[in-house]
Design a protein around this ligand. Structure first.
Ligand code: AMP
Length: 323
């Protein structure tokens, strides 16, 4: 069987990239492996293909992702109307590191449901497992170049966002794209799982803490409120729970589950929600959040709102079960 790719949009993106000698690549705040991997891989591929271009990957650096490569923030005062490439984020308010940037045009590549960002060249496709899958398709089907490091990053982004090809966003296309990526680059992909899944024992003890303290209600909705003290007790940060939440995907008694994490630094509660049935992003969007149908998030400042969200999600489970 032949993989059918929308070549038009890929060629359009390639031509847009080719046109600019300065390019800034941004992704969402609180990056995950897909955001970081797609951002660094695309920057490195553009630089490999067009060494004379100035290409920057911007946003806050996260220590645990340093093996993917480093970011390179330019002085925006000295940058004259670059192309802004926005990856893995649909809303301007969640784009990291572009304050003060005056850009000429936006090129967007994203697999989230569409929100306010509209690129002059825009490739938004909810059916893709990950933004890394989209960047892989772009590189493999245009003159953009690939090397082993770029391929490794893309593999990590796809595996992470599809939770090892187990989530509903994984398709035949995902496997076909990964197959071509491995064939083309000859990377030793099995050793890469270590990068994503090797954790200190303290984090495993934190997983046990979450499991032991999850509250599961009669509608198959589960949640836990994780305090700053809990994070300190297990020596983990406020970003850790959202990296662990996919691991609760196959629990018989749970349909929708939510982690509420106290984020003292930003004076807010970080909410991560996952679902094996009910659509949750519409509910999250009522609470200053959003995301995918079965993987959403929000940021709340009042516990009252958190409690209302808990009620809404539990009700959605009840409705789903009674269908
Ligand atoms: P997380 O649980 O942080 O991994 O987020 C799951 C999904 O929800 C991601 O695709 C995010 O893009 C989305 N998301 C998380 N937080 C927010 C937010 N505050 N607003 C909109 N979307 C969000």
């Amino acid at each position: 069987m032949i993989l059918i790719i929308n070549k038009n949009i890929l060629n359009k993106i390639y031509r847009e990239i080719k046109k600019y000698d300065k390019i800034v690549i941004a992704r969402h705040i609180g990056p995950d492996p897909d955001a970081i991997a797609s951002q660094i891989a695309l920057r490195d591929s553009i630089l490999l293909t067009f060494p004379q271009k100035k290409v920057y990957a911007v946003g806050i650096s996260v220590a645990k992702f340093k093996s993917y490569g480093s970011l390179n923030h330019p002085n925006y005062e000295e940058l004259n109307n670059p192309l802004l490439i926005v990856l893995d984020v649909p809303n301007m308010i969640r784009v990291d590191g572009i304050e003060g940037l005056k850009y000429k045009s936006i090129l967007k590549i994203d697999h989230h449901p569409k929100e306010d960002i509209e690129g002059l060249v825009d490739w938004t496709d909810e059916s893709k497992s990950s933004t890394s899958q989209m960047v892989t398709e772009l590189i493999l089907n245009t003159k953009l170049k690939l090397n082993a490091k770029i391929a490794e990053n893309l593999f990590l982004g796809i595996v992470s966002d599809s939770e090892r090809f187990s989530l509903k966003n994984t398709s035949y296309e995902t496997f076909a794209t990964v197959s071509s990526l491995i064939k083309e680059s000859q990377i030793d992909f099995s050793s890469l799982y270590e990068v994503l899944y090797t954790r200190p024992l303290s984090e495993h003890k934190f997983i046990a803490f979450i499991t032991n303290n999850l509250i599961v209600d009669e509608n198959k909705f589960a949640y836990i409120k994780i305090s700053d003290q809990d994070l300190k007790d297990f020596n983990v940060d406020a970003a850790t729970p959202s990296n662990l939440i996919n691991g609760y995907n196959f629990i018989e008694e749970i349909l929708v589950w939510m982690f509420v994490t106290e984020d003292v630094k930003n004076n807010q509660y970080k909410i991560s929600i996952r679902s094996r049935g009910p659509i949750i992003n519409e509910i999250a969007s009522k609470y200053n959040g959003g995301g995918h149908k079965f993987a959403s998030g929000a940021r709340l400042t009042k516990m009252e709102d958190v409690d209302n969200l808990i009620k809404d999600l539990s009700k959605a489970c009840q409705t789903y079960e009674n269908k």
